[in-house]
Write a protein that binds this ligand. Structure first.
Ligand SMILES: [Zn+2]
Length: 76
């Protein structure tokens, strides 16, 4: 059986296969502006990342999460 990497949803703290999660990273844009959350569909961007599962309540909790990472606000 192939190894499946698991990651934890940052909101509900359940574990899911990585490919079922959406990854977001906190990084600056190319102009060196403010740090913001970027969606990372390839799950390869460097930087501090976190994962969210597909459940609606977790996706909706993104706003609450934003407050926790004070340096990194902006678009999710
Ligand atoms: Zn979740």
């Amino acid at each position: 059986m192939p190894h499946v990497p698991y990651r934890m949803c940052h909101v509900c703290r359940r574990k899911f296969p990585k490919r079922e999660l959406e990854r977001y990273v906190c990084r600056r844009d190319d102009k060196g502006g403010k740090e913001e959350f970027w969606k990372d569909p390839e799950q390869t961007l460097p930087g501090r990342g976190f994962y969210l599962c597909a459940r609606e309540q977790c996706r909706n909790a993104k706003r609450a999460f934003r407050g926790r990472q004070k340096k990194c606000r902006g678009k999710i």
